[in-house]
Each structure stands twice: as C-alpha cells, then as structure tokens.
Design a binder for this molecule. Structure first.
Ligand code: FE2
Ligand code: FE2
Length: 138
C-alpha cells in the first residue's frame, strides 16, 4: 500500500500542468519521502517479527483512483485521489491498531504514529479541495 502510494504520488508530483499545480506538486514531493519511510518501517517490522519482506512480483496495484488524469491540468482529480488513498490507509491502520491491541504493542505503537502522518496528509488535501469547492471548481 505504501509503495503503491509512492508510485502514484511520484507520477502525480510530476505530471500536473498549470500555475495552481505547483502547490500540489510540492506537497506530493514531501509525501513521497514520508510514504517511503512508512514502507521502510513496515519492512523492518516484518523482519523483526521473523517474516520475510515480499519481492516485487508479489506486488498488486489497486489505486485506480490515482492514475494520471486525462488532462494534466485536472488538479481536482489528483486531490480527490489523494484523499481516497489516505482515507483507505487510515481505515486500514485503524484496523491494524485494533488487531494489535494487547497482542503486539510495538507494531501498534508504530502504526499509531504512521496513522498520525496519514491523517495529516488527508487533512492537507481536504483543505486543497475546499478551496476548489469554494470557487465552484470541484
Ligand atoms: Fe503512508
Ligand atoms: Fe499518506
């Protein structure tokens, strides 16, 4: 999930055209680093739990909503896609946190911190969407 987000944010931090795109590009560039950090934390934790981190052939893409839009000036498409990705991550991590309760405190603690990052990402992009909505552009 984190790695797919890195791929999607990478594309969407380069593709957009237009004056208004720059803010989104900047925000996504920063997020790429954070999401990559999350992937590294999960990988490390899998190892600590005696697991093996899967290779790229086990990768399955799911983020249909974060594919490049038809027009590269369609910033709202990207904003909505990011909100959907972050919402999915937030739901997933809340589940992990519950499953870990009383079972695996270290993973729970790690995921709580990651959840905090995702909530911050979502809030930032909800703010971007609000601006477009206020102007009747979304
Ligand atoms: Fe993440
Ligand atoms: Fe995120």
């Amino acid at each position: 999930m984190e790695l797919e987000t890195v791929m999607s944010y990478l594309a969407n931090s380069v593709n957009p055209d237009g004056v208004r795109a720059q803010e989104i590009i900047e925000a996504l560039r920063e997020d790429i680093q954070e999401e990559l950090g999350h992937a590294q934390q999960f990988a490390k934790r899998i190892k600590e739990l005696y697991g093996v981190v899967p290779g790229s052939l086990d990768f399955k893409a799911e983020q249909s909503y974060l594919q490049p839009p038809e027009h590269q000036t369609d910033i709202v498409h990207i904003i909505r896609g990011v909100i959907e990705a972050e919402t999915g991550a937030i739901e997933h991590y809340n589940q992990i946190i519950e499953v870990c309760d009383g079972v695996d405190w270290v993973t729970q603690d790690m995921v709580i911190e990651i959840l905090h990052d995702e909530e911050g990402h979502k809030r930032l992009f909800e703010g971007f969407l609000r601006e477009y909505e206020a102007e009747g552009l979304a």
